[in-house]
Design a protein around this ligand. Sequence first.
Ligand SMILES: *Cc1c(COP(=O)(O)O)cnc(C)c1O
Length: 310
Amino acid sequence: MPAAPLHLDTPLFLTSADYSAASRPLWLKLDALQPAGSFKLRGVGRLCQHEVENGAKEIFCASGGNAGIAAAYAGRALGVPVTIVVPQTTSEEVRRSIAATGAAVLVHGSVFDEANAHAVNLAAERKAAYVHPFDHPLLWEGHGTLIDEVVARGAEFDCVVASVGGGGLLAGIVAGLKRNGLDNVPVIAVETEGAASFHASLAADERITLPAITSIANSLGARQVAQHVFDLPRHHPIESVTVTDAEAVAACLKFADAYRILVEPACGAALAVADTHPDLLARFKNPLIEVCGGIGVSLDKLKMWRERLL
Ligand SMILES: *Cc1c(COP(=O)(O)O)cnc(C)c1O
């Protein structure tokens, strides 16, 4: 029998039709309530479990945030030491949260790519497992459990709205839809302007590397999406949209006031679509929004973003 997963089956509920400008009830999948604060534990937990079952004695992961917390949590649950390599841009607060979850934190490089290369090298040197934050088939398989849960609940939905960083979540949702026979259910892939590497790649029909990330939604800040993610629209209906940082923050504030739960702007981006692209959602009867969560948020941060952007 496979080991029990590390993530939780999260709540799912329907908003009232007047919650958004889309004027229809929205299914909200509350992955903000996962241990470690985001959907990331689904895939990272799956991958870490696999590695430990196959003999890994140690785990390395590069991350500026939620993937690192998820790997730290998974390592603790599985009883193996975890080292998270973060770039210098990762805030003191996030470093402390990762450390508090029980992982060692190593600061290396000025951007994610440098931290990541270092994590890959360390893992190879020490014959340890290396966990990528968004680019691995087992991560996608794990993230897909969010769709399994919605289907198991019998909830009917005819599109899925989710935010895109490196695209692991998007790949997982597509994998989940396919294994549940939902090949025709489109995914609306949301990025903030300034972190829109998927959007730019589709427009250029070529996998673009953004010169820089200029959005506050740092969990969406992959300068390039995974190759598999770039290829997905050829195999599944996917529409790419963008929102502004201000729109993402407004959606975080509205969601916090309505449901008393804080989420990062990376998650606010997906929530914002119902207000900023109502015509797009009006084509569907029962949109499902993945409330992906994130720990990079606090009352103080929301207040600061509101003052700066709204
Ligand atoms: C990681 C993350 C994303 C983006 O996921 P990808 O798999 O990188 O596309 C979105 N929101 C939150 C809160 C995240 O932690």
